[in-house]
Design a protein around this ligand. Structure first.
Ligand code: THU
Length: 134
């Protein structure tokens, strides 16, 4: 699984987004160390607060399938199904990722067809509160 393939999986997942309220469609593709890819999209709700982000949909789906270790994440987002520039993971998703992913894990933020910017989880959430604190 290459970086570009993972970005393509995130873009495909974005097409599944259920976002009738914000119009922001987000897709995520999470590569587990097992080699399996888990995708997710945002799923909005009329109560707004029950909305789930694409990244956590992918992460929780993977953990539900028995995965605990991850190698790479790609995220794609945009308004009304069309790719926007950078659509980085929100703070809640960064925190959820820290539970299972190392700080050096690459996060690919899709910027266009076949284009992405690469960060690490540690860059996006420095000095995290993690399992070691509890
Ligand atoms: N959203 C995500 O799916 N991931 C993020 O990291 C940021 C926000 C979704 C949630 C909501 O459906 C829409 O984008 C607007 O906030």
């Amino acid at each position: 699984m290459t970086e570009k393939e993972l970005c393509a999986a995130a873009m495909a997942a974005m097409q599944k987004a259920y976002a009738p309220y914000s119009g922001c469609c987000v897709g995520a593709a999470l590569l587990a160390e097992s080699g399996q890819v888990y995708t997710g999209c945002n799923v909005e709700n009329a109560s707004y607060g029950a909305t789930m982000c694409a990244e956590r949909t992918a992460l929780f789906g993977a953990v539900s399938q028995g995965e605990r270790r991850f190698a790479m994440l790609a995220v794609a987002g945009g308004k009304d199904g069309r790719l926007a520039g950078e659509f980085p993971p929100c703070g809640l998703c960064r925190q959820a990722l820290v539970e299972f992913c190392p700080p050096e894990m690459p996060i690919l933020v899709v910027t266009g067809e076949g284009a992405y910017k690469q960060y690490t989880l540690g860059e996006l959430l420095p000095m995290p509160f993690g399992p070691a604190h509890v």
